[in-house]
Structures are given as C-alpha cells and as structure tokens.
Design a protein around this ligand. Structure first.
Ligand code: SF4
Ligand code: SF4
Length: 440
C-alpha cells in the first residue's frame, strides 16, 4: 500500500508526550501520541510505502505485537483527518480545496467595524500608531451623523463594532450615540485608556457596552509612566476597582509588551487577578511603526520563554489554528475614521492612498465592495510572500500584519524578519493547544 502526503508534514511534540501532526499544504491537523508519531515518521521516511513489518519493528519497544489490523485502523484515521491519502489526486484536491477556502470571497461583506468617534487623546504613548493623525475636533462627525453611520453599517450586516480612537471617552456624546443605535444584535466593544470614567458615565456606558478593554502596561506607576505617562495613573486604578466591584467579567486589560515592561508582564497578570479579580488579561507585543522603531521591540527570545511558561491553555483554545489564517483588513474588517472615511483597517487611517470611501456617501457600499483597495487586500496571500510561501507554518501564522509591513517597508507583503520567530512560536502554540480528535 502506498500513501500520499504533503511533503511539509510537521510533527510537534509537547513535554508531556502529546503529539500534533500538521499537514501544511491543506492546513489539516490531528492530535495523537508517541505511537502516532512513530507511525507517521516511518511511513513518511519510507516515501509513503506502508511496510507492515518495518512499522512493527519500530514498535518493538512501545507496543509489541502490534497487529496489521491496528496499523490499518490508525492509517484509516489519518486518512479521515486528511493527513494521508490513498490517491495522489485526493491529496492535490485537498490542497486546492483549502486554497479556495483561504480566499475571502469578493461578495462577502465586512463583519467588524472599528469606529473612531475622535482621534483626540489625553495620553501621549510613545508607540501610538495614531500619533500622526490629525486631531482637529472640527472635522469630527456630529452625533446625528455617527448615528446615521452606525445604522448604515448595521444594515449591511455588521454586528460587531469596536469603538476606539484616540480616546473615545473624550466624545461627550458617546453614550447618546451608542444608546440610540444599540440593538440586541449589535455588540459594542470599547477600547480606552481607562482614565476618563466617572460615577456617571461608568453606569451609562455599562448599559450599552458589551466589553471594555483598558490599555494598561503595568500596575507599577513608574513602568506604566515610561510607556504611557503617569498623569492619570491613580484614576485608572480607581476605575479598574469600579469594574472589579461591579462588572469584573466585562473588563479586559491589555498591555503592550515593550522592552520597558517585559519583565513585569507576569506580575501585572497576577496582581490583576489577585487584587482586582480581573482574569481577562492579554499582553501583545509592541509592533514597530517604522524601521527606526525595530530596536524598541522587546527581546523576542525572552518573550517567547515567558509566553511558553505562562500563557494559559484557554488563551490558545480561544485562538486556535485557524486564527491567523489571513488578515481581515478591508475584507471582513473596516475602519471608519472621525470624518466617516473608510479604510481597510485602523492602521491605515490618513494614508490617503488607502481611503476607500466615506460612510455618508450615498453609494458608499458599492464603492466599498468594488474598491480596488479592498481587492488588493483580498488578494494578499501568504502564498505570495517571499520566504513565508515556503514555510510549513504559513497558514497557522499568516505571515504577519500587512500594516506593519507597510509602515516598515512601504509594501503590504514584505517578510518581517524581526517578527518571524515570535510568530512561529505563536503558531506552534496555537496548534499544540488545539483540541482535535485524538487518534488511537
Ligand atoms: S492590517 Fe494588520 S491590524 Fe489591520 S486587519 Fe490586517 S492584520 Fe489586522
Ligand atoms: S513570518 Fe515566519 S513563521 Fe510566519 S509564515 Fe513567514 S516564515 Fe513562517
């Protein structure tokens, strides 16, 4: 019997003996044990030819008396999981089928909109991607125009709105806008620096917002100060306490990991849980906004070590192997700036060559769906990227964010050497925490 398989078959193994077999070309995987690993390796090394005697000899130390029936059963399981194929044509079809699934369809409307009620901010974080954006208040959409815009976006099927900025709480009419547009099917997530809640807006906003995300880089004043400034530090802690008392489950804290706070991330995570009963914590790596900012990135090896030791299984179960497949910019995600201009994602705001339309235009939807900019993003593929296209982790990794590629190299599809190792580790971790069918 001869089996066919993707030549880039990956075998990942955890310290406790679990094994993941990943077929790169068709993005299929299964979870097994050391016996599965031996079986796959033996068959792969024998160019797909199933030599029962050879396989049994590999199992002498593990499972003496392995029968032909057991081997056949295990192979059948792997054929069902599309790791092995009885016919070459079926392998090729599986690879082509996945390529088709990977491509976002032109007719598929966006699902998530990032709204920027304002670009003004009361903070001056040194790494902010928004720093160069015009902060002219007079250009901002009025209350009624925002209501109209959200209604238009909802009509095309957008159900998740991420309200960001700038600092969105600087818009005093924020609650009014959200109250008048909130429906049971709309989900609102608010990204904020956490400094401007008070007794009044806290309760009002909690009646319309489904999830709050406060950006906080450390519970240590000095460390937080180095990244984000210390001016509002005590206010932020007071506001976190308020959430902790009334709605701990609705609050997420997000830290940007820089070289300044990398050693403090675990303490922040622990203290948030112990002192504030906040267990929703996410720390994301600082991404450079220019070539010059690359040296400000945290030490990648150190970060990988911390993440491998501390990041919980649940995190990866939420963001499994399909998570990084493809950037959704311009296709499943759009961003609306304070003037109502539409961009592929918030990272391109005021890069005028990426402006798609304005949400208040009568024909904005046609302009969006037929936009050559949207088409450019839709066609971005890790299979076209130098270096990444040869990488067996490519579909698990996605090859990194096109906005970072644009900022650093002025291209949307550059390989990001300063991130590759980190992205690969993340891809491996997501695969190795996936809950997939266990094979005997
Ligand atoms: S460009 Fe980057 S930030 Fe924007 S949607 Fe794509 S991956 Fe996300
Ligand atoms: S960034 Fe690195 S890990 Fe990711 S696809 Fe490219 S080469 Fe592979």
């Amino acid at each position: 019997m001869k089996l066919f398989f993707d030549p880039d078959l990956l075998i990942e193994e955890s310290d406790d003996g679990k094994v993941w077999i990943y077929s790169s070309g068709n993005h299929k995987w299964l979870k097994g044990n050391s016996a599965v690993k031996i079986l796959v390796k033996t068959i792969a090394q024998n160019s797909g030819i199933v030599d029962f005697e050879k396989i049994k000899s590999e199992f002498i130390d593990h499972r003496p008396k392995l029968s032909d029936e057991e081997i056949k059963q295990a192979i059948d399981d792997m054929v069902k999981a599309e790791i092995f194929f009885y016919r070459k044509a079926n392998l090729e079809e599986s690879i082509q089928q996945f390529k088709r699934e990977y491509q976002i369809q032109k007719s598929q409307p966006p699902k998530i909109a990032y709204l920027h009620p304002t670009h003004r901010c009361n903070f001056h974080c040194w790494y902010c991607y928004n720093a160069k954006i015009t902060k002219d208040k007079s250009n901002e959409l009025s209350t009624n125009d925002w209501i109209k815009s959200i209604e238009k976006l909802e009509q095309i099927g957008i159900k998740k709105f991420v309200i960001t900025g700038g600092e969105p709480l600087l818009r005093e009419d924020l609650y009014e806008i959200l109250k008048r547009t909130k429906t049971t099917t709309i989900s609102y997530e608010l990204l904020t620096n956490g400094s401007l809640f008070n007794e009044e807006n806290f309760w009002k906003l909690n009646s319309v917002i489904d999830r709050f995300v406060i950006s906080l880089d450390s519970l240590d004043k000095e460390i937080q100060g180095r990244n984000r400034g210390i001016k509002y530090f005590n206010h932020i802690l007071k506001n976190i306490e308020m959430f902790s008392k009334y709605f701990p489950e609705k609050l997420w804290i997000r830290s940007i990991i820089t070289s300044d706070n990398i050693n403090d991330i675990e303490r922040t995570r622990r203290e948030l849980r112990e002192r504030y009963n906040i267990s929703n914590y996410v720390a994301t790596i600082f991404l450079p906004n220019s070539y010059e900012q690359i040296p400000s990135m945290p030490d990648i090896k150190k970060l990988i070590k911390i993440e491998n030791e501390h990041i919980s299984e649940e995190t990866f179960l939420n963001y499994g192997p399909n998570y990084k497949l493809k950037c959704g910019g311009g296709t499943s995600i759009i961003a609306i700036d304070a003037k109502g201009d539409i961009y592929p994602c918030q990272n391109f705001i005021e890069e005028t060559q990426f402006k798609i339309s304005n949400v208040l235009n009568d024909n904005w939807y046609d302009e969006l769906m037929d936009s050559p900019i949207r088409e450019r993003f839709r066609k971005l593929s890790v299979n076209e990227k130098e270096i990444c296209k040869e990488c067996p982790y490519r579909y698990l990794c996605g090859g990194g964010c096109p906005a970072i590629s644009w900022r650093v190299y002025k291209r949307l599809d550059a390989f990001l050497p300063f991130l590759c190792e980190y992205l690969r580790n993340d891809a491996r971790r997501r695969l190795m925490h996936s809950s997939t069918v266990k094979v005997r």
